[in-house]
Design a protein around this ligand. Structure first.
Ligand code: BF8
Length: 641
């Protein structure tokens, strides 16, 4: 791969070139060597039974007249594309939700006081979410209303929360956190999730050979599972993480490979669940551990994060973000990564091959995520021995410091970032006690200083130039006075570009947004955390509705969503719960629906009539942002502002 064509980031360009010189292949090289399957890309390859795979390519020049394509069983292109699409939702929703379940289980251990490694850090958040889980925070005793014991509330919240994954009856409790109009819409259309796991299982059933064959009915189940992700598994993950580890609040940090330090032990944590990374952070702060690192010749320990683990420990502790998804191999290619510890999701198997070329210890920690290569060390992380396990991992990194070769080369590039935003801090910065919580934000949207709100999120994808889409879309939005809420790898990309600083307002924003950001002292792009924290965007949008003046439902608000460089199934689930929550959502790169035009039109036109949100695809970043702005303007017009 040509390093400059592969990425806009000069630190990454240096590392790609270095890898090539050393004869080590990275994802950027593999993307050039292997082209994707044109049929699979269009979403019309069905391999759900062994009579196939049946492939239904779209004829060149499109379809004239009746579309007679069908698989052996008769499945049409629409059915196949819809099946594949909702299986992606099932994959994404299960990843987010299983993560949420792990957190809920650790939370239950903490609430029952079975572990001393985890405690309840944010009692306010616990009390705030309890009523949504049907847990009372007060009791009546002797005719008097009294506060209930917090420990008791915690145990009940834990049990009720875990119940959401598999309760035999009733409906997802958090569905009622949505604006009433949206809840009613879901109810009317029969898409309120029953429990989180069931909706995912039902997708696997419905897409089995010979079951659901109507693309509209298939996507309806996709909608129900996606809502169970966004307003269920992901939202519970976010909430319980906040209760356990603290609700994020704005703080300053740095981003990009340049956060690694030559004279420090560099320990990189990569993956998703903060249950592990929180413990690593805690151990690295212990004076005896720092002393131990010094005794081995290092000046200290430099922690860095990759992917959403980066976002989790950034938001709560200010630990710098070392890399986006596509830079993970490059972190090892610096030669300075003494250990990389991974848990689940977005971890490339090739890390093990790259680690073989250096001294880097690659450590897997999760029972459901192991690697086959023999240089990988597995230390299974057990929440009951969390600190001991974390201690073992950190010491392994320290002991490995002395084994570095001569080939250390850390790129110098890093940028300052202000991160740690959330529903609560937006309340503080753009709310006010005067007229409701989000009054200042709404007021500035109504008076036009802020044109609208965009949620720009998601992955990197080696099929498109690394970070180019992210940065161009975000810059175009803020230039046009649209405030951006970011999560996931988009957040890291924006941080690397310096967009997560208050100073970025004067340089990149339109006059209205610049004025608001400068007055309040916030960046024009607010980092809300990891991909499960997209639930924060849903709740922020709900707060906007509640604050008044901008309609009765999320679909009334001048808001749009985007994932310019998506690649994972999780992104499809997120995209779909955004759409089902009333958000116009544009994806870059490609959508696996192009081979089934009728199904594609259903997603990008018809769904809007049902939920108020719809899908769109636009590869060109500027046009992509302009589509979002046009939608925002349409909503403004409808509101008469
Ligand atoms: O959940 S944005 S590449 S890191 S999938 Fe993965 Fe995509 Fe990054 Fe986190 Ni989200």
């Amino acid at each position: 791969a040509d390093p400059v064509a592969a990425t806009i980031d000069t630190a990454s360009q240096e590392m790609i070139a270095r890898a090539q010189k050393m004869g080590i292949d990275t994802v950027f090289d593999r993307a050039v060597q292997m082209k994707p399957c044109a049929i699979g890309m269009q979403g019309i390859c069905c391999k759900n039974c062994s009579m196939g795979p049946c492939r239904l390519p779209l004829p060149k020049g499109g379809i004239e007249g009746e579309d007679t394509r069908k698989g052996l069983c008769g499945a049409t292109a629409n059915t196949i594309a819809a099946r594949n699409f909702i299986r992606m939702i099932a994959g994404g929703a299960s990843a987010h939700s299983d993560h949420g379940r792990s957190v809920a289980e650790v939370f239950r251990s903490a609430a029952r006081k079975e572990t001393d490694a985890y405690q309840i850090k944010d009692v306010n958040k616990l009390l705030e979410i309890a009523p949504f889980l049907d847990v009372a925070v007060t009791v009546e005793e002797d005719g008097e209303v009294k506060d209930r014991d917090v420990d008791e509330i915690a145990v009940e919240v834990a049990e009720k929360a875990i119940n959401e994954w598999g309760k035999p009856e009733g409906e997802l409790l958090y569905a009622k956190r949505a604006p009433e109009a949206l809840y009613e819409k879901w109810k009317k259309n029969g898409v309120i999730p029953r429990n989180i796991d069931r909706e995912i299982v039902e997708i696997m059933h419905r897409t089995h050979m010979g079951v659901d064959q109507d693309y509209k009915n298939l996507i309806k189940q996709g909608t129900r599972a996606a809502i169970a992700d966004g307003w269920g598994g992901s939202m519970l993950a976010t909430d319980l993480q906040d209760v356990l580890f603290g609700t994020p609040y704005p703080l300053q940090s740095e981003a990009n490979l340049g956060v690694m330090k030559e004279d420090h032990v560099n320990l990189i944590v990569h993956g998703h669940e903060p249950v592990l990374s929180e413990m690593i952070v805690a151990v690295c702060q212990k004076p005896e551990i720092v002393e131990y690192a010094k005794s081995k010749g290092a000046k200290g320990i430099q922690l860095g994060g990759i992917c959403c683990t980066a976002n989790e420990i950034l938001q709560r502790h200010g630990i710098p973000s070392a890399a986006t998804f596509l830079q993970q191999e490059l972190a090892i290619i610096t030669g300075a990564c003494d250990a990389m510890v991974v848990d689940i999701q977005c971890i490339m198997q090739n890390l093990a091959n790259v680690a073989k070329c250096f001294h880097t210890k690659l450590i897997t920690t999760h029972p459901i995520a192991k690697m086959e290569q023999d240089n990988v060390i597995h230390i299974e992380f057990d929440e009951h021995y969390a600190l001991e396990d974390a201690d073992k991992i950190v010491r392994m990194a320290i002991d490995n410091f002395a084994n570095r070769g001569a080939e250390v080369m850390i790129p110098r590039q890093k940028a300052t970032q202000v991160a740690g935003f959330g529903v609560e801090s937006i309340k503080y910065h753009l709310g006010g006690t005067f007229r409701g919580d989000y009054y200042t934000l709404n007021d500035n949207i109504i008076n036009g200083r802020i044109r609208g709100i965009a949620g720009v999120v998601g992955c990197n994808n080696a099929r498109t130039r690394h970070n180019e889409g992210h940065i161009q879309v975000v810059k175009e939005l803020i230039k046009n006075d649209v405030i951006v809420l970011t999560t996931g790898c988009n957040g890291i990309a924006c941080a690397m570009e310096g967009l997560l600083t208050p100073e970025a307002a004067a340089v990149h924003c339109g006059p209205g947004l610049a004025e608001v950001c400068e007055t309040v002292g916030i960046p024009p792009v607010l980092h809300l955390g990891s991909c499960v924290d997209n639930s924060r965007i849903l709740l922020a949008a709900t707060e906007v509705v509640k604050a008044g003046g901008l309609g009765k439902d999320i679909c009334d608000v001048p808001v749009a969503g985007s994932a310019p460089e998506w690649m994972s199934e999780k992104a499809i689930s997120i995209g779909h719960y955004f759409v089902a929550s009333g958000v116009y959502t544009v994806f870059g790169v490609t959508l696996p629906t192009s081979g089934a035009p009728v199904f594609h039109d259903y997603l990008s036109k018809e769904l809007e009539k049902v939920y108020g949100g719809k899908w769109d695809l636009e590869v060109d970043p500027i046009k992509h942002a302009q589509l979002m702005i046009a939608h925002i303007d349409k909503k403004r017009k409808e509101l008469g502002i």
